[in-house]
Design a protein around this ligand. Structure first.
Ligand code: G6P
Length: 501
C-alpha cells in the first residue's frame, strides 16, 4: 500500500485528539445522529423573520426531512456552525439538538476551500475545472474528518444510527466503525461520484474508498454514481462486489464487513413549495415581478449557486446568440439569472464570477434599450418565498448544468407550477433528468441544440406544456424528501445477505 494512503495514521490523529472510543463519558447520548459539514442553521439578526436566539433554520429539504426523525427519536446533528475559529457549546434550535464542530481559519483554507472544494468538487464533477492535489490539504481533510467523527462517537448511544452526509466527510464512516462497531452507519453522497478513470487521478483514492466502505449503506443520487463507486472499490481496493454488496476483506482475505451501495435520488419539501405557490401574496408578488420587467411575453429564469458546474456561461452564450439571431428580443423576452454567491475565496469561483459578470455586461450593453434589459442578473441569495414567486413568474426555467448530483431547483420549479403550465429546459447531466423525463432535455455543450431547445420551450404549445408538466409534477409529488429519507433509513436497517461463497 502506498504510504500516503495508509489508514493507520488516522489512529494516531485519533489518540492525539484524546478520544477514548467510548460513548459512556459524554453527557447526552443520542440514538440518531446526522453528521454534515454545515449545521442546519444560519446566524441571523433578531429582526429577521424566523430568527430565534440569533439562529434560523437553513433553507433546504434535508433539514425538513430529518427534523421529525430528530425530535421523534433522541436525535442530534453534528456540524460546523459557519464561523471560523469559534468554539460553541452544544445547543438546541427548533427542537433539534446541535453539536457544533469548530473549524479554524487554516481548516477552512485547507479542508473546506482546498481539499473539499478545489480537489474533490472538480474531480467529482467530471473535471470541468482542473482539480488540485496538495498533501497539506489532504492532511487537513483527515484531521477535520477525525474531529467530526470524534464529536459523533462521544455522543452516540450504544447501537445508534448515524447518517453522514456528503463529500466533505468521506473518511468519517470508517473512523466511526473502527471506534464503535456497535453503530449503524449510513453515508449519502449529494454530488456525483466520478467514473474510476477520473477518480484514478486522486492520490488518496484508496483511503477515500476505504473510508466510505466503513458505512453499512452508501447512498448516491443516480444508479450510475453507485456503479462508479462499486467499480472503483473493485479496481482500487480489490473488493469483491456482488449485487450492490461490497465485501470488505482483511489481509487474510476474510470478509470483515459488507457495505451496500445504492441510488436514492433526493427530493424537496413538496408541501412547503406547493403551499407557497398557492399563497395569494406570493402569486401577487410573481405578477409584480412580471410587471417590473415590462410584462414581456416570455420570462426565462436561471437559479444557481454561482458555480462552474451549473453551465451559466453556456446558457448566456446561447441566449446572446438568440438575441443576435433576432429569435428573441428584449421587448418580448427577459432572462432573469439569480446567481447566489458561493465559495468566493476559491480561485475558480472568483474567475467564474468575473466571466459571468463580464458576459452579462456585454450582452446588456449590446441589446438593452432605455426600457428593457436583456439579462436581469442578481448576485444574491433570496428567501424561499421570493424564489417561489420567481418560479411562478417564469415561463421557461433553464437548468443547464454541465454536471450536477441532482439539481433541486428543477424539482422546485415543477412543484411550484400548480397550473401545469411553464416549460423546463433540463440538462441530461443533472441527476434530476432521471426523474424528470418529460422535461425538454438537452446537452448544454451543444450550443445549437441548447438554442433550439430554448426556442422549443418558448414556443411550446400549452397542451404539450401541460402534458409534460402534469407528468413531472406527479413524479415529484409522489417522491418528496420525506420518502427519500425514510427509504434510505429503512434500507439501512435491512440485514445484508451474507454470501461468502
Ligand atoms: C452542494 C453540496 C453541499 C453544500 C452546498 C453549498 O449542494 O452538496 O454539501 O453544502 O453545495 O456549498 P457550501 O460550500 O457553501 O457548503
Amino acid at each position: 500500500m502506498n504510504t500516503t494512503e495508509h489508514a493507520d495514521s488516522d489512529r494516531e490523529l485519533s489518540s492525539q485528539a484524546g478520544h477514548s472510543g467510548s460513548a459512556a463519558e459524554s453527557d447526552a447520548l443520542y440514538d440518531f445522529m446526522v453528521v454534515s459539514n454545515r449545521l442546519p442553521v444560519d446566524r441571523c439578526s433578531p429582526d429577521e423573520a424566523g430568527c430565534e436566539d440569533g439562529w434560523r433554520r437553513s433553507p433546504g429539504g434535508l433539514v425538513t426531512a430529518l427534523a421529525p426523525m430528530m425530535t421523534k427519536t433522541d436525535g442530534a446533528w453534528v456540524g460546523w456552525h459557519g464561523a471560523p475559529d469559534e468554539t460553541l457549546e452544544p445547543f438546541s434550535h427548533g427542537g433539534i439538538d446541535l453539536i457544533p464542530v469548530q473549524l479554524s481559519t487554516d481548516d477552512i483554507e485547507l479542508f473546506y476551500e482546498g481539499f473539499s472544494n478545489a480537489t474533490l468538487w472538480p474531480l467529482y464533477h467530471d473535471v470541468i475545472a482542473p482539480p488540485e492535489f496538495h498533501r497539506t490539504w489532504w492532511d487537513s481533510y483527515r484531521k477535520v474528518n477525525r474531529r467530526f467523527a470524534d464529536a459523533t462517537i462521544r455522543s452516540a448511544a450504544e447501537g445508534a444510527t448515524v447518517w453522514v452526509q456528503d463529500y466533505q466527510l468521506q473518511l468519517v464512516p470508517k473512523m466511526l466503525r473502527e471506534a464503535r462497531p456497535d453503530l449503524k452507519i449510513g453515508f449519502f453522497n449529494h454530488i456525483p461520484f466520478p467514473p474510476p478513470e477520473i477518480f484514478a487521478q486522486l492520490p488518496w483514492r484508496r483511503a477515500i474508498i476505504d473510508g466510505l466502505l466503513g458505512a453499512d449503506l452508501v447512498g448516491f443520487q443516480r444508479p450510475s454514481d453507485a456503479g462508479n463507486f462499486m467499480r472503483s472499490a473493485r479496481r482500487f481496493l480489490g473488493a469483491s462486489v456482488k449485487q450492490q454488496q461490497i465485501h470488505v476483506k482483511d489481509t487474510d482475505g476474510k470478509t470483515t464487513h459488507i457495505a451496500r451501495a445504492q441510488a436514492f435520488p433526493i427530493s424537496i419539501d413538496v408541501k412547503q413549495i406547493s403551499e407557497l405557490a398557492r399563497n395569494p401574496e406570493i402569486i401577487e408578488r410573481s405578477r409584480q415581478i412580471r410587471r417590473d420587467l415590462g410584462n414581456p411575453k416570455t420570462i426565462l429564469l436561471g437559479v444557481d449557486r454561482l458555480d462552474y458546474t451549473k453551465g451559466i456561461r453556456h446558457r448566456l452564450k446561447a441566449y446572446e446568440e438568440l438575441l443576435a439571431d433576432g429569435k428573441v428580443t428584449v421587448e418580448n423576452a427577459a432572462l432573469i439569472q439569480v446567481a447566489s454567491p458561493s465559495r468566493e475565496r476559491v480561485e475558480h469561483y472568483r474567475l467564474l464570477r468575473e466571466e459571468v459578470e463580464g458576459t452579462v455586461g456585454h450582452i446588456n450593453g449590446t441589446y438593452d434599450t432605455m426600457q428593457n434589459t436583456a439579462v436581469r442578473y442578481l448576485h444574491h441569495s433570496y428567501p424561499i418565498e421570493e424564489m417561489v414567486a420567481l418560479y411562478l413568474a417564469a415561463d421557461v426555467m433553464l437548468v443547464t448544468a454541465l454536471r450536477d448530483g441532482m439539481n433541486l431547483v428543477a424539482k422546485e420549479y415543477v412543484t411550484a407550477r400548480t397550473n401545469n403550465d411553464g416549460a423546463l429546459v433540463l440538462s441530461e447531466f443533472a441527476g434530476a433528468a432521471d426523474q424528470l423525463k418529460q422535461a425538454l432535455l438537452m446537452n448544454p455543450h451543444d450550443i445549437d441544440g441548447l438554442k433550439d431547445t430554448i426556442m422549443r420551450a418558448v414556443n411550446l404549445e400549452p397542451s404539450e406544456a401541460a402534458r409534460r408538466m402534469r407528468a413531472m409534477r406527479k413524479q415529484i409529488l409522489d417522491h418528496d424528501v420525506d420518502l427519500w429519507s425514510s427509504d434510505f433509513l429503512s434500507a439501512l436497517e435491512e440485514k445484508v445477505i451474507r454470501d461468502d461463497s
